[in-house]
Design a protein around this ligand. Structure first.
Ligand SMILES: [Cu+2]
Length: 305
């Protein structure tokens, strides 16, 4: 139940991916001088092939700050990709995760769904979600997060519920002092009088570059950025979602999306989209109603300058 996204043309996305790979050192250096987020920590590249098989650049990653570059070659206009980084809590299995994810991923979203609510509740209680990259067709996302020692998985979730396929890697060692580098803008997932919302801190609008995304609620959320027409308001998004207004999105506009982030976790996203007006939106099913959070008001229109 996603609003149209799929931003960049395939050619542009591949170009961006290549540019990011070729200049990653200097890009991080630039980021350090302009927006904080110094270049240190481990590095992990995650690649999804057109056939949706996922590989990681290493099987072993040092604990602490990890710089992730996630790229998908999936180029299916009807089905995007949904790459999630996660760990299983003790006792939970991939098989259990598959069976509980399915109703959450396939729920209609725009109306209550008890199976989705129960599924996402199990998922929230049995995995820790560390973001990821979703969208399509094709694309690259870069972000930083802190990982402690243990086994981690990356899966394209729609593919995972069909086939069970995952990639995995181990994080080893101790990282007592690891934390996310300072950045000067924050997007928070908050619960305001029991209503789930996005809120911007330290700024009236967002800018490209490093953005802290922090989940302060007790539910899973992702943050999808989709460019909308100039002048679009949050009310326009509500009307569109309720079938009472025109589609305010720009199908060929900028788009970028993290995957799910667990409660009380945070990451630094390298926000790399054309300047303009955007909606930030989350479609994860609510753990009480099973409705997608977007239909309960979890969307925020903002400028990215
Ligand atoms: Cu949400």
């Amino acid at each position: 139940m996603h609003i149209p996204r799929a931003a960049f043309s395939a050619v542009a996305a591949v170009g961006l991916a290549l540019a990011a790979l070729c200049t990653s050192g200097s890009t991080f250096a630039d980021a350090q001088t302009t927006h904080g987020a110094p270049h240190h920590g481990a590095y992990l590249a995650v690649n999804e092939s057109a056939d949706r098989s996922i590989t990681t650049s290493s099987q072993f990653v040092a604990a602490g700050l990890v710089n992730l570059t996630m790229t998908s070659q999936v180029n299916d206009p009807n089905n995007g990709f949904d790459m999630q980084v996660f760990s299983l809590h003790p006792g939970a299995t991939l098989g259990q995760l598959r069976s509980h994810l399915l109703p959450a991923l396939t729920a209609p979203g725009n109306k209550p769904d008890q199976a989705a609510a129960q599924g996402i509740t199990w998922v929230n209680e049995h995995i820790t979600a560390y973001g990821g990259d979703q969208g399509g067709p094709s694309g690259t996302l870069r972000y930083q997060t802190v990982l402690t020692s243990g086994k981690y998985y990356v899966a394209d979730l729609m593919q995972f519920v069909k086939t069970g396929s995952t990639a995995s890697f181990w994080v080893f060692g101790h990282s007592r002092h690891a934390s996310l580098p300072y950045v000067n803008q924050t997007l928070a997932m908050i619960s305001e009088h029991d209503n789930l919302r996005f809120a911007i801190f330290n700024a009236s609008a967002l800018h490209d570059g490093w953005l802290r995304i922090v989940n302060t609620t007790d539910e899973l959320h992702f943050a999808e950025f989709q460019q909308v027409k100039p002048g679009t308001t949050n009310q326009d998004i509500t009307k569109f979602l309720n079938g009472k207004g025109p589609d305010p999105t720009i199908p060929t506009g900028g788009a970028e999306a993290t995957d799910a982030i667990s409660p009380y976790h945070a990451l630094n996203l390298w926000l790399n989209v054309p300047r303009g007006r955007y909606v930030v939106i989350c479609f994860i099913p609510d753990d009480m109603t099973g409705m997608a959070h977007a239909f309960m008001g979890m969307h925020l229109v903002t400028n990215i300058t």
